[in-house]
Design a binder for this molecule. Structure first.
Ligand SMILES: Nc1ncnc2c1ncn2[C@@H]1O[C@H](COP(=O)(O)OP(=O)(O)OP(=O)(O)O)[C@@H](O)[C@H]1O
Length: 262
């Protein structure tokens, strides 16, 4: 399997009024094509900075970021993004919002084909019948479903998600995890998910990367050996429970509190 994303020994410091603020200090990350990589770490350790590197919005002081065999040097069109608060254009319908990336990335595609593609995804996430609604007419969970469709409508090489489910209540969040799982089964994509939720990382991830406290380096990588068609129930079973304990311990270490589980 080839690595779609390869981050090698990245170091970066932000220049601030108080001098340089080192944020990344030897970050390594490899994500094979089609894999889902969840990234967890203490608050403020540099997780969002990592997303800026992969999207090419930021160049590191040293080290390399590779995407599909190409060194990332400038912003990439072939990356899909989803954030905690999806920005939807209120003057456009849900379908028109979902089609937006196609208008930018595939301007020669006919309107009928764009609509067909958007509708295909809206159906997959359970939003058929809502395509002509305005964003404000949908619940937060529904808007986030639409935003997921928009993020992958143009079949990006990689989907970057920064806390996309953070603002949702627990039950809606679990629904969205299952939607993600089903979307991936039908529309395989490579994904980096930044999250504070360890259960989410285990449910969605093929690997979970734990970053150390700032300046962040790769502290620990957990291979999630659960079946791809896992259900929420799996999280309450022993194997997932052990993984969650391991991750919790790693987070404590990253926070500088080294007590570990027996
Ligand atoms: N453009 C910038 N200029 C200066 N400092 C920055 C900049 N962007 C981020 N920082 C600082 O770098 C550190 C890492 O920020 P980043 O947003 O990457 O962390 P994070 O792990 O995503 O945080 P959180 O868990 O709170 O979402 C923080 O201390 C932040 O204040």
């Amino acid at each position: 399997m080839t690595n779609l994303i390869e981050i090698k020994d990245v170091h970066h410091a932000y220049q601030t009024a108080n001098g340089p603020l080192p944020v990344l200090d030897g970050l390594d990350l490899s994500v094979p094509e089609g894999e889902f990589c969840a990234v967890v770490g203490p608050s403020g350790c540099g997780k969002s900075t990592l997303t800026r590197l992969v999207t090419g919005l930021m160049k590191p002081d040293s080290g390399e970021v590779w995407l599909h065999g190409e060194l990332v040097k400038s912003p990439r069109k072939t990356v899909g993004m989803a954030f905690q608060n999806p920005v939807m254009l209120e003057w456009r319908t849900i379908m028109q919002n979902v089609m937006l990336p196609l208008e930018i990335v595939a301007p020669s595609m006919s309107k009928a084909d764009r609509e067909k593609r958007a509708m295909e995804l809206l159906e997959l996430v359970g939003l058929a019948g809502f395509e002509h609604k305005r964003p404000s007419e949908l619940s937060g969970g529904m808007r986030q479903r639409a935003s997921l469709c928009r993020a992958i409508v143009h079949k990006p090489q990689v989907l970057i998600m920064d806390e996309p489910f953070g603002a949702l209540d627990n039950f809606t969040r679990e629904d969205l995890w299952q939607t993600m799982r089903d979307l991936r089964a039908k529309e395989p994509f490579t994904c980096v998910l930044i999250t504070h939720d360890l259960r989410e990382s285990v449910f969605l991830g093929d690997q979970v990367v734990v970053l150390s406290g700032r300046p962040a380096r790769t502290q620990y990588v957990l291979d999630v050996t659960l079946p791809a068609d896992r259900t929420i129930d799996v999280l309450y079973e022993q194997q997932a429970g052990q993984m969650l304990h391991t991750l919790r311990d790693q987070i404590r270490i990253a926070q500088g509190r080294e007590e570990t589980h027996a």
